[in-house]
Design a protein around this ligand. Structure first.
Ligand code: ZN
Length: 399
């Protein structure tokens, strides 16, 4: 790679003219090669540019992807074929490009500072809505926050970002990041006192253009850490989204912005207190129900309406352990047009697991469980359910 394309010469140029050299049909659409290009092809962790080609008649063709092939040609993928010799305008989506530049330069600063302060390498780098960097050693969140402070200080100093193409002789003794895999011409991106790194990506010309660097998260990853971060316009967007969310929460809780955490803790405490009270009341309710429900032919039917599924099961367990009946049937109406019920059936004497298919068949239901307890749903009226269960149990021998 000789770094001769126009996007390298001036990453701030957003419009220019070029001539089609070749156009081939590929799986990804037409791959067009120009005599020069403003479009950055995906590489070095930086996504491809977005933009348009403008024809002489004003038609604009969207460039869907840009890739460099093995022979160093830059292919521009479009849905439209262009004849070799055609002259087109190349228009870059600069907001998108500039955001990538801000984020890529910001990533260099953070990776450079981590290397400088802790000696760890950046071993993985990915740019999308956020930047992900994988670091070869462990960092605490406090250490990461210290790096963030230092990184923003580098931004506020508005240092020049130097891009150089050193010759082989001069590069031998230079200390820079990403040394290993590269062969051929090396392109160095340098930020004074902060970082020097081999890179083929596009960068801002001064650090001040990055605006801000914000680290979002840090997790342990493959013996080191994975950091998520955002810079510049993406950081502002992230701040806006979080502010919106915080505003919504504070409005819901009717508190001031800085009171949100305490208010949420209060709501959670209150909720835990209520859950404990409900559990106590339920327990008393179960005891009362066990006392008042009467068995007939060894069967108790409990038609409930205020319980949830878990509570229905608890009631059934209590009925079973009370020993008042050999079979306890607990039913809870399910919402919907047709009569349908959630059921929990427990028994001390019958093998319910083997009875479940007959019950489900007779009552248009589904479900199952163990020998001692089954649960599921029936699609039948309450009276029909009682009648069928009685009938089936009468014909079945206890075990
Ligand atoms: Zn880079």
């Amino acid at each position: 790679m000789d770094f001769n394309e126009s996007f390298y010469k001036d990453p701030y140029r957003i419009e220019g003219n070029a001539e089609v050299i070749s156009c081939e049909a590929t799986k990804k659409g037409y791959g067009i090669v120009f005599d020069d290009t403003l479009f950055y092809p995906e590489g070095g962790g930086q996504p491809a540019d977005r933009g348009f080609l403008r024809l002489a008649d004003g038609t604009e063709i969207s460039v869907r992807d840009v890739r460099r092939d093995k022979t160093d040609r830059v292919l521009h993928y479009t849905d439209t074929a262009l004849e070799p010799g055609t002259r087109v305008g190349q228009l870059i989506d600069f907001d998108y490009r500039f955001s990538l530049m801000q984020n890529h330069s910001g990533e260099h600063i953070v990776s450079g500072l981590i290397k400088k302060n802790y000696g760890y390498e950046n071993v993985g780098f990915h740019m999308s809505d956020v930047i992900t960097i994988d670091i070869s050693g462990e960092l605490s969140w406090e250490q990461a926050m210290d790096i963030e402070q230092k990184a923003n200080a580098v931004i506020w100093k508005n240092i020049r970002v130097d891009i150089t193409l050193p010759n082989e002789a001069s590069i031998k003794d230079m200390d820079y990041r990403s040394k290993k895999e590269l062969s051929g011409q090396v392109r160095l991106v340098g930020i004074e006192d902060t970082d020097l790194c081999a890179c083929c990506g596009l960068h801002v010309s001064r650090t001040g253009e990055i605006g801000i660097i914000k680290l979002l998260s840090l997790i342990n990853y493959k013996g080191g850490v994975r950091i998520e971060m955002v810079c510049g316009a993406k950081a502002l967007k992230d701040y806006e989204a979080k502010l919106d969310s915080n505003t919504e929460i504070k409005n819901l809780l009717s508190v001031k912005p800085h009171e949100v955490t305490d208010a949420v803790k209060h709501v959670l405490d209150e909720s835990a207190e209520k859950s404990a009270r409900i559990a106590g009341l339920s327990s008393r309710y179960f005891d009362l129900r066990v006392k008042e429900l009467e068995e007939k032919d060894g069967i108790i039917f409990a038609r409930e309406d205020i319980l949830d599924g878990t509570e229905l099961r608890k009631l059934c367990e209590k009925l079973k352990s009370s020993g008042k009946a050999t079979v306890s049937v607990c039913l809870l109406p399910l919402p919907g047009g047709e009569p349908s019920f959630r059921y929990v059936i427990a028994s001390t004497k019958y093998d319910l697991k083997s009875l479940a298919p007959a019950l489900n068949k007779a009552l248009n239901g589904k479900g199952g469980g163990s020998k001692e307890m089954i649960q599921g749903s029936f699609n039948a009226s309450y009276d029909k359910i009682c009648e069928e269960i009685r009938g089936i149990l009468l014909l079945t021998a206890p075990v």
